[in-house]
Design a protein around this ligand. Structure first.
Ligand code: 1PR
Length: 542
């Protein structure tokens, strides 16, 4: 029996599901005393540092938490919960942490690497503990903009470090108190194994140790992510199906293409080694009754068996339900987080927000991006961009940001700009991809999902010119999307651009290319990638 500290923020469902998957019963903290009396406590930190500390204070949880930790009763913190053990964080100035470990949590500096760190990285162990029993140097999933410093004063606490531009504390352990910056519940089988070591250790802490981690002098490296994307909508029979378009046209002979069921397909991709799964409700721009929203069920079901990050897009906006209830974009996003999503992706509403920003020149604080980012952190907000090329003969023919292209236009034009669209490409807007992505970053978005209508479903490869243009402008991670036709296209996008992740839909759904084939090709080209353990062993043997 483990007790979960659920303080009503974000995706706690995934931790709950991971524990259940391990066959262990979960009990919730219902009053402050439970925190102290629990046999084992898990504290999943979701949201910003300020949100976590404010909620803990409001519920009267701070004092029993400090008491529990000081008395060395089993405690496991995840992500922001590790940071909460420190005195404070640059993320929320003026808000005190639990103050167990001395020091201030800092923001990753701007540099060559995008912030937030989103993806799979290694850990370098500096203690031997049963918590890492049978850990074999697999990559684990991180998502954060702030980090705990490797301060010699806190040496006794450090269980592992990780490198991302600088070396930071990725896990701590002292006595029965442990905390991870990575998400074990989102780190596939490797993460579940670590969780199990905490919940039901096979060996006492004094015995162990069969672990392997990379030598201290070597830097850990974040992997490029391979993502499977599922475009979902209902067909004429009312079934919710995964579909796939050609340049966003998902109908064939008048009927929506049906490439499978969302929950089943997501499970298949998880087992095949996808580093992340994105669901896009492609008709989400239409109004829907909140409680009937079928994507909530899809998320709840998927998160029971899929232990890698889940992103949901489509319909993240403010709206009024048919019964007159009004929902803010934050309400909608919160419902998705509670149902198992780790990130939400905003499409049309981001375009409208940027249009308003450009017209008024100021932030309102009320846009979907700002609201969600303020509460859940930038890393929870993805912007899905649906641009297409507009050719011009001369850059002066338009006010938009152009590039000189090697793919000439229909009249031999050598320049183009990328026009943003809304409602799944149905409506063009007078705004370009650079305006959209830079303003969204300024408003607090943490990642760009960069589609391309011209390439979507064509199997002709990613639009490298578009990706390079955006990547050169923003400092948040970018996911390349649209056009993947084979494993070489992934190798190419990682070789020729600095993109952090690449996504495909059609080739995976139609089983034309397997995720393992993509990973094998990309790894063979020397790109850092996350390999499943059996696969890793296979590569080492050969
Ligand atoms: O505007 O916030 O409600 O979000 C709607 C979301 O639905 C947006 O993210 C938008 O990109 C998506 N969407 C809307 N209509 C379509 C459509 O296809 N008719 N799908 C659509 C976008 C693009 C990718 C696709 C890649 C890879 N799909 O997600 O999966 O292009 O495809 P490929 O590998 O087969 O080439 P809102």
């Amino acid at each position: 029996m483990v007790t979960l500290l659920d303080y009503g923020a974000g995706n706690i469902r995934s931790v709950r599901n991971a524990i259940k998957k391990l066959g262990i019963e979960v009990k919730d903290v219902s009053e402050p005393e439970d925190i102290f009396t629990a046999e084992k406590l898990i504290f999943p930190g979701v949201g910003s540092f300020g949100l976590v500390m404010t909620r803990l204070a409001a519920k009267g949880y701070i004092e029993p938490l400090i008491k529990r930790i000081r008395e060395d009763k089993p405690f496991l913190g995840i992500c922001v919960a590790l940071q909460a053990l420190y005195q404070g964080s640059d993320e929320s100035p003026g808000i005190n942490g639990l103050g167990i470990i001395p020091g201030q949590v800092k923001r990753f500096p701007e540099g060559d690497l995008s912030v937030p760190q989103i993806g799979w990285n290694n850990i370098q162990l500096s203690q031997e503990t049963s918590l890492m029993n049978n850990y074999h140097n697999e990559k684990l999933y991180f998502v954060h903009s702030y980090y705990a410093c490797c301060d010699p004063l806190t040496e006794k606490w450090i269980l592992s470090t990780t490198d991302y531009g600088l070396r930071f504390v990725s896990a701590i352990k002292k006595g029965n108190i442990a905390a991870f910056q990575f998400h074990p519940e989102k780190s596939g089988e490797a993460g579940l194994k670590i969780l199990k070591n905490y919940l039901a250790p096979a060996v006492p802490d004094s015995i162990v140790i069969r672990t392997r981690s990379i030598p201290e002098e070597q830097e850990t490296k974040i992997a490029k992510r391979i993502i499977a994307c599922l475009d979902v909508r209902t067909n004429s029979r009312g079934d919710l199906v995964v579909t796939k378009g050609d340049q966003y046209d998902v109908k064939e002979k008048g009927e929506v293409r049906n490439l499978g069921k969302p929950v089943e397909l997501a499970k298949r991709y998880y087992e095949e080694g996808a580093d992340e799964i994105i669901f896009l409700n492609i008709t989400g721009f239409r109004d829907f009754p909140m409680q009937d929203q079928p994507m909530l069920q899809v998320l709840k079901k998927t998160s029971e068996n899929v232990f890698v990050p889940l992103t949901i897009g489509g319909g993240i906006k403010e709206f009024i339900d048919s019964d007159g209830t009004s929902y803010s974009a934050l309400d909608v996003a919160s419902e998705y987080f509670r149902s198992g999503a780790d990130k939400v992706s905003i499409g049309s509403d981001a375009v409208y927000t940027v249009e308003n920003f450009l017209a008024s020149g100021k932030k309102t604080g009320t846009s979907s991006i700002e609201q969600i980012s303020n509460v859940y952190g930038a890393q929870a907000v993805v912007i899905s961009v649906d641009p297409h090329r507009v050719y011009v003969h001369d850059p002066d023919d338009t006010l938009h940001s152009t590039i000189k292209t090697t793919i000439l236009g229909p009249e031999g034009e050598e320049y183009c700009w990328y026009q943003c669209t809304v409602k799944g490409g149905r409506e063009e807007r007078d705004i370009d991809v650079i305006q959209l992505t830079t303003v969204c970053e300024e408003l607090g978005a943490g990642e760009i999902l960069l589609n391309c209508i011209d390439r979507d479903g064509t199997n002709s490869g990613f639009d490298l010119e578009l990706i390079t243009m955006v990547k050169d402008t923003v400092s948040i991670p970018v996911i390349a999307s649209s056009g993947a036709g084979n494993a070489r296209h992934f190798a190419e996008v990682f070789a020729k651009t600095d993109v952090e992740a690449a996504l495909a839909a059609g080739i995976f759904h139609r089983r034309e290319v397997a995720i393992s084939e993509v990973k094998r090709k990309v790894a063979a080209d020397g790109v850092e990638i996350r390999l499943q353990r059996d696969f890793q062993a296979l590569i080492q043997r050969h």
